[in-house]
Every structure is written in C-alpha cells, then in structure tokens.
Design a protein. Structure first.
Length: 247
C-alpha cells in the first residue's frame, strides 16, 4: 500500500487594505491590523508539524502583507514550540519570497509592461522617457479610457476578451498552473502555502474555475481562496460558501 501524502493547502490571498491604487502604494495601518488578525486566527488552526511557505507578488502592498503574515505567524510558532512533544511536531515557517506567478495581469503600453493604476499620471510614471506619451495621450487610449471611466475597473478588464495583454482567462490559467505545480514536490509533513496576490488575478481565477464564467466581484482585502490537495491528486477549491473539485 502506498503511503498517504501529507496534507497540502494553498491559500491565494488578496493583499491588505490600501488607500488607493495610484502607483506602488503601501498597506495602510488599518490594513496591517486586519492582516495581523487574520494571521492570529490562522495560527490557531495550524497542525502540529506544519510547514508554512509565504509567497508574494512584487508590489509593496503584497510584500508588506506577506511580511505581516510572517511576523505574526512566527511569534505564534515560537510560542507553540514548547508544546511540541517531538521535534517533528514543531511548526516551521519560511521567510516570505517573491513569486512572479502572483503578479497582476500582464498589460502593455508603448512596449512596456504596466500595472493597473487609478490615474493616467500614475500610468505614465511607469513608462520610459523615450516613449513620448503624456498623461493626456494615455487618457485617450481606448482600453485605459474605458478602464478609468468604469466604476468597476477590474470588472471591465475581467469581461474584456481582448485587452492589450492578458485577458482574464489567460491570467486565470497562469494562476491555476502555478497552484497545481505547488503539489509537484514531495513533502512528508503538512504544508501550507500562503500566496499573496491581487484582486484581478483572484477574480479571474474564480470566474473561470469556480463560477462557470460568472464574475463574482471583488474579494475583500485579505480574503482567501482555499485550495486543498486530495489523496488522488485532485484539488478542492473553496471560496466563501462555494466549492468545486478539479482534477
């Protein structure tokens, strides 16, 4: 009889609360406190011997969220270390690492990959000086004009079949391929991945893999999609009251 694999959980989280999306902004103090409370609640559910790996996208709001998770969970793991009867029951947590699979959708302007931001001025700041585009020029670009004029900007991108870069299906496939690959390596103890990403990617993933093409709207700051590996290799996806088993 083959050995039953150790539990594997992947949590895809939205970064902590920000004041705006006008560039590479930090998490607010309120956002830090919210993420800290989420981490404290998670610490109560950790299994003996669990290994925690924290991955994050590049922007400050993602890296700062990952750092808060690490600091709070590290303190909790240290406090619980004395409870471990054997060394293998100790909870291990690794320092956060950047992973570009968790980046925002790849969108391009004047040959440059750009982040979704809330103003033409913030977008122009991402462009090289030689491109020659002003904020006024960018504001007239068909995609960005539609993006900024729509109350639900992320929903505008999610529903658009042909944006100037990745559409929602491409971004969802990228995240799904990444999540599946986390189950490739062997692990003898329970393992949990905390993956800090952005609402466009999570929303696209949910639309295509859990809600049959229906846009579920924005996840809350710090809200997670839970993915649990099954003994047969399938992955169980859970989000709020919804779940689906994917092979």
């Amino acid at each position: 009889m083959s050995e039953r694999p150790a539990p594997l959980v992947i949590q895809l989280l939205r970064h902590g609360r920000v004041a705006s999306h006008r560039g590479d902004v930090p998490v607010t103090e309120e956002g830090r406190q919210e993420i800290a409370r989420l981490a404290e609640a998670l610490a109560e559910r950790l299994q003996p011997g669990e290994e925690i790996i924290i991955l994050h996208a590049a922007p400050r709001r993602a890296s700062e969220t990952a750092q808060v998770l690490y600091e709070v969970l590290s303190r909790a793991c240290t406090a619980r270390a004395s409870e471990a009867a054997r060394p293998e029951e100790r909870i291990v947590i690794h320092e956060p690492r950047r992973n570009d699979a968790l980046r925002t959708p790849d969108l391009y302007l004047a040959g440059t990959r750009v982040e979704m931001v809330s103003s033409a001025a913030a977008l122009v700041e991402q462009l090289p000086s030689w491109c020659g585009l002003s904020a006024e020029d960018v504001a007239r670009h068909p995609f960005w004009q539609g993006f900024w004029s729509t109350p639900d900007r992320i929903g505008y991108w999610v529903r658009l079949a042909d944006p100037p870069g990745e559409n929602s299906l491409c971004a969802a496939r990228r995240l799904w391929t990444f999540a599946r690959s986390l189950a490739d390596g062997p692990h003898r103890q329970p393992r949990r991945y905390l993956c800090v990403s952005h609402s466009p990617l999570l929303r696209a993933f949910l639309r295509h893999y859990l809600f049959d093409g229906v846009d579920p709207g924005e996840p809350e700051y710090g809200e997670a999609i839970d993915i649990e590996a099954q003994p047969d290799g399938a992955l169980q996806i859970r989000y709020r009251q919804n779940q689906r088993l994917l092979t």
